[in-house]
Design a protein around this ligand. Structure first.
Ligand code: MSP
Length: 514
């Protein structure tokens, strides 16, 4: 029987500059979901990539004395490097300058033209080069771009239009019928009011620059960068290239995006799909922004945190954990290094690290590391075992609601419970009193709990989970499945725990640093 499929995407990133923590955030959320679904037995397609066309890229290349293609080829490197350092397990990396994508975009443009949903007209309006967007006069901020504050230009050009207005009612109905489509709920409400306010046809071609995919039947025009970019989700799934793959993975299960690109994903993209007669993605999840000193972190303002530096200093897993644990997915959060260090010292070094460190140290001391069999469980053991074995279901519910933070809170609840159990069961007293059967039961209960925890943190902290697995003396981490977190007494007989360096050394907090 074929496995259930799961298709998750990140936005494709502009190559006008190097990635920052905000981009890492979109990608880490997607990676966590991809890993969790793989662990749960799904056949996963996880797509990320780069958005390489448009005036902004053309301009960035010109300023650096490169051709746009040379510029893109160079700028893809830092994204791929960062994803490698962050252990991002993408299955495919799409670049919008790839032949496969150009073919799909042109075919779709032609198809919508043939069916009368794309037509030729004129466009006049205020245009911000930086945002690649036209704005109505009423939306300008003191005559400048409402997004980035840069001056806007008045442009008049011949342009092809996409008949979005035609799909307004159909899309509204879809959003109302499918409450899970746009998350969080407050974003859905915003989208509904926006559509109810009336959707204009959108301009989908440009003649004022060249760096884009040519309109197949009118090469003076290049296709609007957002029309081009959104289609990446279909190119990546083999649309018009591999029917079987498309049938398997489309519609996408989830598009992860930031709140700034909600309208593109929740209005324009679904309308394009309705026009194509394709099913809509099951969910679009819009996360909030990481702020720095109260301002949105952004490449263009230079207010950024370089994820490479954080990874070097604190490790990829700590960064992944912090970003997913610190804020609820839809909300904004202020990024400070102090907060990261606090999480590292508290949740990682103190709670998780200590649980493992204490358990392994006692195992070495009392049993030379050899994992014992448990005897009869007392009430304390039964209660911890129940909590540990019930954890997967709670985590699953949270993840399916895309409440990743809550999933982590629940795992840490059991970590806290296990630490408390050590104090309550007092293995040192049992050792002193020569109660060796009881001592075996206590240690085995702790080890099994740690094993369950290792499985459940692996989507968020893959490297740490593997290290814990190794310390537990277990092999074949790659064949672990979610089922292993629902079973007890799984530690292989005759195996021994290994002593290792602490997983998370404490970091000293320097006052005033952020
Ligand atoms: N190229 C478009 C997306 C096309 S998808 C078909 C784009 N690229 S981007 O590089 O500017 O941004 C990519 C993602 O990073 C967006 O989801 C955006 O919300 C996210 N972030 C950019 N800055 C951010 C923060 N400061 N914090 C969190 N995420 C933010 O938009």
């Amino acid at each position: 029987m074929s496995k259930n499929s799961y298709y998750v995407t990140t936005p494709i990133y502009y190559v006008n500059d190097v990635p920052h923590i905000g981009h890492a955030y979109s990608t880490i959320i997607a990676d966590m979901l991809a890993r969790y679904k793989r662990l749960s037995g799904y056949d996963v397609l996880f797509l990320t990539g780069t958005d390489e066309h448009g005036q902004k890229v053309e301009k960035a290349a010109r300023e650096r004395g490169r051709t746009p293609q040379q510029h893109c080829d160079l700028m893809v490197g830092p994204f791929k490097d960062l994803w490698e350092k962050l252990d991002i397990s993408y299955d495919d990396f799409i670049r919008t300058t790839q032949e496969r994508h150009i073919m799909v975009v042109q075919a779709i443009f032609q198809k919508l033209f043939d069916r009368g949903d794309i037509y030729k007209g004129f466009y006049e309006g205020w245009y911000c080069i930086h945002e690649e967007t036209f704005y109505p006069e009423s939306q300008l901020a003191e005559g400048c771009c409402p997004e980035c504050g840069r001056p806007v230009e008045w442009l008049r050009e011949e342009s092809y239009y996409f008949r979005s207005s035609k799909y307004q009612d159909q899309l509204l109905q879809y959003i109302k019928d499918n409450p899970g489509f746009i998350k969080p709920d407050f974003r859905r409400n915003e989208v509904v009011s926006f559509i109810e306010g009336g959707v204009q046809d959108i301009s989908v071609s440009r003649t004022t620059f060249k760096w884009g995919i040519p309109v197949p039947f009118d090469p003076d025009h290049v296709i609007y960068v957002w029309f081009d970019a959104l289609i990446n989700y279909l190119t990546g799934v083999g649309f018009l290239q591999d029917e079987e793959k498309t049938a398997k993975f489309w519609p996408a299960d989830i598009h992860i995006i930031g709140k700034d690109i909600v309208r593109f994903h929740c209005v324009i993209w679904p309308m394009m799909l309705l026009s194509l007669g394709l099913p809509l993605p099951k969910q679009v999840l819009a996360h909030g922004f990481w702020m720095l000193g109260g301002a949105k972190m952004s490449k263009s303002t230079g207010v950024v945190v370089d994820p490479n530096r954080l990874i070097e200093e604190f490790g990829a897993d700590s960064v992944r954990y912090f970003l997913l644990r610190e804020i609820a997915v839809g909300l904004d959060g202020e990024f400070t290094q102090d907060a990261l260090i606090r999480r590292l010292n508290g949740d990682l070094a103190n709670d998780l690290g200590n649980l493992i460190h204490r358990t392994v140290a006692m195992m070495m001391k009392y049993f030379d590391g050899d994992i014992p069999e448990a005897g009869g469980l007392g009430p304390l053991e039964v209660s911890l075992k129940e909590e540990a074995l019930g954890l997967q279901q709670v985590v699953d519910e949270s993840i399916n609601k895309t409440d990743i933070r809550e999933a982590l809170v629940q795992v840490w609840r059991v970590i806290g419970r296990a630490n408390k159990y050590i104090d309550e069961a007092a293995p040192w007293a049992l050792a002193r009193e020569g109660q060796s059967e009881k001592l075996k039961t206590v240690m085995r209960t702790l080890l099994e709990t740690i094993r369950v925890i290792a499985v459940l943190i692996s989507p968020v902290m893959p490297e740490t989970a593997e290290k814990i697995w190794d310390q537990l003396g277990q092999a074949n981490f790659t064949s672990v499945t979610i089922e292993d977190s629902k079973r007890w007494d799984m530690l292989a007989p005759g195996t021994s725990v290994k002593k290792a360096a602490p997983l998370f050394p404490r970091i000293e907090l320097k006052i005033g640093e952020s």
